[in-house]
Design a protein around this ligand. Structure first.
Ligand code: SF4
Length: 394
């Protein structure tokens, strides 16, 4: 029996955060229902739509599984999918149940704190949502305001008991290290407040400045509107990351990936599929999929997506076979992001490569550590992981 994850993309937000470079739209609520309907149709007709797009999904999966694919994790992300009426989210989950064999171990909804309401939370739980990934980002109002976020610290405190009372007891918080106006003290405050609320899972992302965002443009072109001058330096961000590692470890969280920590037993099963190169199907505008041999993505344009699916056409616009070289790069890149590291002999055997010399060199330089057959990034090098991985791939 083969297992697969399902990702559903909801590309709508109430406003645009200053640092955001995602393909999200601010649309009238009237656009939500037709979009959800298209997602349901894409789910129900996925086999024919993928075949038409040249994807070998069912064939590849069913051959490997020699019977059926069981969907065991679902992740509804965005955007801000918690903006949708709960009934629309329930429709999507129903479409999955009616289309696939499902044995759900983890069903996550991304939600922004200001969108959490008691009635919605009860309906989410009834629809099968078991886990909420809460876009907390910071507990400091000045930082949230500068970043263009709509929620404030008090919304986080309001949201958590609502979710727990509704029976959703697996909650993940996101924090961003490197927001404008963030200081060593304010970062410490966010971490302390997060730990006090005791979420089951924590993601800490390093701020990425992209010229596709308003903040990124201000960094390049100057200006004061988005507080680009109040961005912490790279050294400060690296220090924030290390502070997070220490505080979360002391609070009983296990770091299992460069950006992710969990209480024992609460690592994200769905996200582990991405890092372990396991199969997942994406539905919705901009959603990505991976079959093990091919990667593909739907068009980012929500209107074009709805138009294609409503006309019975596939919305996939890039279908690529993963070459052996790409697969090896992914194994190393994704494997080294995980604290468990990579099984070097397995990779060398599967890809007929010899990485011993490079690994030996990086180990001597203190970049990576070896423990028997496992190779992982050295504990103090996680904040510069990309440099180490590039060196290994060179
Ligand atoms: S909520 Fe997330 S997706 Fe939406 S604008 Fe902000 S950062 Fe971008």
């Amino acid at each position: 029996m083969g297992k697969a994850g399902v990702y559903i993309q909801v590309p709508f937000c109430q406003t645009k955060c200053t640092y955001c470079n995602f393909h999200t739209n601010i649309v009238s609520v009237g656009r939500f229902a037709p979009y959800a309907e298209a997602v349901c149709r894409e789910i129900c007709e996925h086999a024919a739509l993928l075949r038409a797009a040249g994807v070998e999904w069912s064939e590849a999966q069913e051959r490997a599984a020699s019977e059926i694919v069981v969907v065991d994790t679902v992740y509804i992300g965005g955007g801000t999918p918690s903006l949708l009426e709960p009934a629309l989210l329930a429709d999507m989950l129903r479409a999955l149940r009616e289309t696939f064999a499902c044995a759900w171990e983890e069903v996550t909804l991304e939600a922004d704190p200001e969108t959490i309401e008691a009635e919605k939370a009860v309906q989410w739980a009834a629809a099968g949502i078991q886990r909420i990934s809460l876009g907390t980002q910071s507990f400091v109002d000045e930082e949230l305001k500068a970043a263009g976020r709509l929620h404030r610290r008090e919304d986080i405190y309001r949201a958590v008991p609502i979710l727990r009372d509704a029976g959703i007891c697996n909650i993940s918080f996101d924090l961003i290290a490197g927001l404008p106006k963030q200081t060593r003290e304010s970062w410490g405050t966010s971490l302390d407040e997060l730990v006090a609320l005791s979420p089951e899972h924590v993601s800490v992302y390093m701020m990425e400045i992209d010229e596709g965002s308003r903040l990124g443009l201000e960094v390049l072109q100057g200006g004061t509107r988005y507080s680009a001058r109040d961005l912490p330096s790279e050294d400060e961000m690296a220090e924030f990351y290390e502070t997070a590692q220490a505080i979360l470890k002391a609070a009983g969280y296990e770091q299992y990936e460069i950006s992710n920590w969990a209480k024992p037993g609460h690592a994200s099963r769905h996200n582990l599929k991405y890092w372990r190169r396991e199969a997942y199907l994406g539905f919705g505008a901009g959603a990505h999929s991976f079959s093990g041999t091919q990667r593909w993505a739907n068009t980012h344009d929500a209107a074009a997506y709805v138009a294609a699916i409503s006309a019975g056409r596939s919305a996939a616009e890039s279908v690529e076979r993963v070459t052996r070289e790409q697969a090896l790069e992914e194994e190393l890149f994704l494997g080294l992001r995980q604290l468990g590291g990579i099984d070097l002999p397995r990779i060398q055997r599967e890809y007929s490569v010899n990485l011993e010399e490079k690994v030996g060199r990086l180990a001597s330089a203190g970049m990576i550590e070896r423990e028997g057959e496992l190779v992982r990034l050295a504990a103090g090098k996680l904040s510069i992981s990309n440099e180490v991985i590039v060196e290994l791939l060179r």
